[in-house]
Design a protein around this ligand. Structure first.
Ligand SMILES: Nc1nc2c(ncn2[C@@H]2O[C@H](COP(=O)(O)OP(=O)(O)OP(=O)(O)O)[C@@H](O)[C@H]2O)c(=O)[nH]1
Length: 320
């Protein structure tokens, strides 16, 4: 682990750099300079760059300004608008001719630019500086936003991100699903096995949740004591119930002994909701998930509410 006081120096070797240029020969020359130290991805158009970024989340992007189709400035703007990619540092590769060109790079959201023809020493040193800043920032974010016990995001992260996701969902006309999950009979588990075993059970449930969510944009947070929240962007209620069912059965199938539970193993109850569905019920997405979690508990625990079988026309479909 890198520390912030310099005792353990950050080593950027092995970071992934995406090089975007419509001229393959330019990509080749950057590759020759950087490939001994970094993993290099390449894209020859703005469209490919955007797709690669959301799939692979590179550590840094080197971006040509002038390209046919979506140009570099527009690629930069779009990456900065997307909550998943807006923290990736972007450096322009440009033959800047005046203040106007330079201003356009800053306005689009670049952290720096490197003039063409590229000086290899300048390129390597600028990259090292920006990667170091990025990793220090990521490290600080981890300290602020990660739950120390379970390793998933904490409540603060959830509170900060749910608002942004709500706005993005409305803007993109896509639904976002939310699962509120509570471990069943956890007080009895702690009383019977002790708090240290209780802590270990929380870590196991966190691992089951994170292994059950498959998309890079999904995330799980510890919401409170023995409650977790799972956020599933671009997901409708049917999709949310599929993920919830998977988490519920994987928890049971993990066979974590719970002598004081009617199920004999540690189980979870899950309430599901989505932004669109909650809106139709005049509730916030969290309030509806909470109400549904209560229903799941009332229905005997170790289950998801609503049930897949309840998905009939009275349940709204996601906006396509
Ligand atoms: N070990 C451990 N226990 C915790 C932690 N946070 C909360 N808890 C315990 O979780 C238990 C929650 O108990 P209740 O809210 O009564 O819920 P429950 O026993 O799971 O009952 P149901 O939800 O109705 O199934 C309490 O005993 C808390 O002390 C934690 O970080 N570690």
């Amino acid at each position: 682990m890198n520390t912030l006081n310099g005792e353990t120096a950050f080593n950027p070797h092995g970071s992934t750099i995406l090089v975007v240029d419509d001229a393959p020969i330019s990509i080749q020359s950057i590759y020759n300079i950087l490939s001994p130290e970094y993993a290099i991805l390449a894209a020859t158009s703005g469209e490919d760059a955007l797709a690669l970024c959301s799939e692979t989340l590179p550590d840094l992007v080197l971006l040509d300004v002038m390209m046919p189709g979506i140009d570099g400035l527009e690629v930069c703007r779009r990456l900065k608008q997307d909550i998943r990619t807006h923290d990736i540092p972007i450096l322009f590769l440009t033959a800047i001719v005046g203040q106007k060109d330079e201003d356009a790079c800053w306005d689009a959201g670049a952290v720096d630019y490197i003039t063409k023809p590229v000086n290899p020493t300048t390129l390597k040193n600028r990259l090292k500086v920006h990667l170091t800043i990025k990793y220090q920032r990521d490290f600080l974010m981890k300290l602020v936003f990660i739950d120390g016990l379970t390793g998933v995001y904490n409540r603060r992260y959830f509170d900060e991100h749910i608002k942004k996701l709500e706005s993005a969902s409305i803007r993109n006309q896509k639904d976002t699903a939310l699962l509120l999950l509570d471990i069943d009979c956890f007080k009895r588990y702690n009383d019977h096995y002790g708090h240290l075993k209780g802590d270990e059970a929380l870590r196991q449930v966190a691992r089951i949740i994170t292994s059950s969510i498959l998309r890079p944009t999904d995330f799980a947070c510890r919401y409170g004591g023995e409650e977790f929240v799972v956020v599933l962007p671009d997901t409708d209620l049917a999709g949310a119930l599929e993920v919830a069912g998977r988490i519920c059965s994987q928890c049971y199938n993990a066979k974590i002994e719970h002598a004081q539970s009617p199920f004999h193993y540690l189980t979870v109850s899950i309430g599901a909701s989505t932004l669109i569905y909650a809106n139709e019920h005049d509730l916030s997405v969290v309030a509806l998930a909470d109400k549904h979690l209560y229903n799941a508990k009332q229905q005997g625990k170790n289950c998801v509410f609503p049930h897949l079988s309840m998905l009939n026309p009275q349940f709204p479909k996601a906006v396509s």
